[in-house]
Design a binder for this molecule. Sequence first.
Ligand SMILES: [Zn+2]
Length: 334
Amino acid sequence: MKEFVKTLEILGEKIELGESRTIDFNIAKLYTSTSIEIPIIIERSIHPGPTVLITAAIHGDEINGVEIVRQLISRKINKPKRGTIISIPILNVFGFLNTDRAFPDGRDLNRSFPGNRRGSLASRVAYFFTNEILPHADYCVDFHTGGASRFNAPQVRINPGDENLLKLAKIFNVPFSVYSKNLKKTYRSTCGKKGIPIILFEGGKSLESNTQIVNYGVRGTKRFLYYLNMLDSKFNVTNPSRDTVVIEKSRWIRAQKSGLFHLKIKCNELVKKGATLATITDPYGKMKFNVIAPNKGYVINVNQAPIVHQGDAIFHMSTKDDQAQGEEMENIDE
Ligand SMILES: [Zn+2]
């Protein structure tokens, strides 16, 4: 843990122990001269303790995460028993306004870390965040969903071999903990380089608020705060009936045909080798192609698109296969 600071200083504002404060970070106006703020909600206990930084909507179309952080705030889960909780429900406010994953110029904030003061707008937001906010954090929790129509089972992403993160993921305890290498220029890789543990939660898909997924995110955060002795004692902590399943190897299955896409299984399911996962048909009732499970495994992402192109990622599955490394391991969502 970092050295304890009595007075927290963010963007020139001083926040003392026991204080609540919302700081509106203003990085650039809209082209209509309208001001755009990124609210940073800070809650400090009178009792010293760790600082947890909670973020969502690094991708502007990932609404589930925004709802998770909103609930943490409105239910006052973010008022810690000790220490400090910094919540940023919408980091990419520009994308959120356009309900778009990226910034208006197409840049992906989660490929712009640690950022550059004179770079693109996304790069500037990353730079400000990395230099002004992140240094205060002892732990980070970041909420994501699958990209486009790819629906993720609730899961925490762990850089392979990081035993500390694996331990924290088991405490967060959502259905899956998935090994996936830190991608270059992501928030997660910047945390990795700075030695700040980050719980990266993935669940649901973009442009959707899914009650079940939101509950997983909120309950996981409560378990995590409880572990840090930061959760107010008025909150109950429950553990799920099944502990998180750790997935060390996984692969993406891509569509071998283009066509209408018909799912035959649900996300989260454990399927047998040879099981039919989906069918792909033409629109004319002539062609039907079965998508077959290449191995026994958990399905941790299903593409819910009604139509697919050949080559589209349609399922993410656990595997025991060593050859599932490389391109297949690429994290196409985070
Ligand atoms: Zn994301």
